[in-house]
Design a protein around this ligand. Structure first.
Ligand SMILES: Cc1ncc(C[n+]2csc(CCOP(=O)(O)OP(=O)(O)O)c2C)c(N)n1
Ligand SMILES: [Mg+2]
Length: 331
């Protein structure tokens, strides 16, 4: 959806904005439900602030592409087309959820969307996406497999084993880092001796890039270029998108490890409000269109909460259903 000089089309601009607004509305609502004690489980990781990264990469992906996410994956799945009603029901632990209420916030997935799973083990999803890339190459498909993970996985050995194998076998894998600056309470500068992550990936033979993760068009443009590179059989890529999570590690974490000034500085670059300003100033969209979009996503998410509230909890007899495969395929 770019024209010949690389400018993002007006239709795509509208899609990117709507996607970010939908993610923000959903995440704020889920956070509210968590505070009211309506979500299942104790932990809830929100991606408010990270919308441009999810929307930029998610919308640059296309049908047939595969992906896995880390534990902060709601926004990414919404960007790939996840239904907010089934997502909300899953987070409420209800039968109409994507995993019939057994996965919860951290394990929402649906293979129909190419979503091979969200993973709570830091870095644990990376080799799964590597396997997805192997399958795509093996089957001769012109698609890519994307592993979304946080900066906390940047020093995990599995990342480097996976990057090596992906480069060695020229697999169509994108290693997509949602760098929100913190792994729980530890700033990236306190966890990494060297911050030149793109160079690390390039040393392994990957094509790498770093992007301002608060600018959705920049994220979309570089993601589109890197995914096109991999789909054409040129091997794996690495993209680090610099962003921020507005809430703490979990919704109830008050983030005592960072300053209010730092939070305010990132919030002043809000990916959604800055994009609205840009689109309105350039005449792509009017204030009333923006208000309509806001109203639409608000109704959509309110309906999702309603749907999740009405959905029943899974019956006791279902406790072990979908936990183990019926057959291992061996006799
Ligand atoms: C292997 C492993 N070590 C530690 C943890 C505990 N843990 C859960 S989330 C997290 C921080 C992850 O930070 P990051 O990857 O940057 O993702 P973010 O939470 O910032 O989105 C940690 C250390 C874990 N789940 N898995
Ligand atoms: Mg992080």
């Amino acid at each position: 959806m770019t024209n010949t000089n690389g400018v993002v089309s007006a239709a795509l601009q509208g899609t990117l904005l709507a996607t970010m607004l939908r993610i923000r509305e959903f995440e704020e609502a889920v956070g509210e439900m968590n505070l009211r004690g309506l979500t299942a489980g104790s932990m809830l990781h929100l991606s408010v602030g990270e919308e441009a990264t999810a929307a930029g990469i998610g919308r640059a992906m296309r049908e047939g592409d595969l992906f896995t996410t880390h534990h902060r994956g709601h926004g990414i799945f919404i960007a790939r087309g996840g239904d907010v009603g089934h997502m909300m029901a899953e987070i409420f632990g209800k039968v109409d959820g994507y995993c019939r209420g057994k996965g919860g916030s951290m394990h929402i997935a649906d293979i129909a969307f190419g979503h091979m799973g969200a993973n709570a083990i830091v870095g644990g999803n990376i080799p799964i996406s590597l396997g997805g890339g192997f399958a795509l190459a093996y089957l001769g498909k012109s698609n890519a497999s994307v592993a979304f993970f946080g900066d906390g996985a940047l020093n995990q050995g599995i990342l480097y084993e996976s990057m090596n194998m992906a480069a060695l076998w020229k697999l169509p894998v994108m290693f997509a880092v949602v760098n929100n600056q913190y792994g729980m309470g530890t700033h990236i500068k306190r966890a990494s001796a060297c911050l030149r992550f793109v160079e690390r990936a390039e040393t392994f033979g990957l094509r790498g890039a770093e992007v301002d993760g608060m600018d959705v068009e920049k994220v979309w443009t570089i993601a589109d270029e890197l995914l096109t590179h991999s789909r054409a059989g040129n091997g794996p890529t690495f993209l680090i998108s610099n962003t921020y999570r507005y809430y703490g590690h979990g919704r109830k974490d008050p983030s005592p490890y960072r300053t209010k000034e730092e939070e305010a500085e990132w919030r002043s670059r809000d990916p959604i409000e800055s994009y609205i300003k840009k689109l309105v100033a350039s005449g792509v969209i009017g204030e009333s269109d923006v208000q309509k979009l806001r109203n639409d996503v608000a109704s959509e998410v309110a309906a999702a909460v309603e749907y999740a509230t009405r959905s029943p909890t899974p019956p006791r007899e279902e406790l072990y259903a979908d936990v183990y495969a019926d057959s291992w395929g061996a006799t």
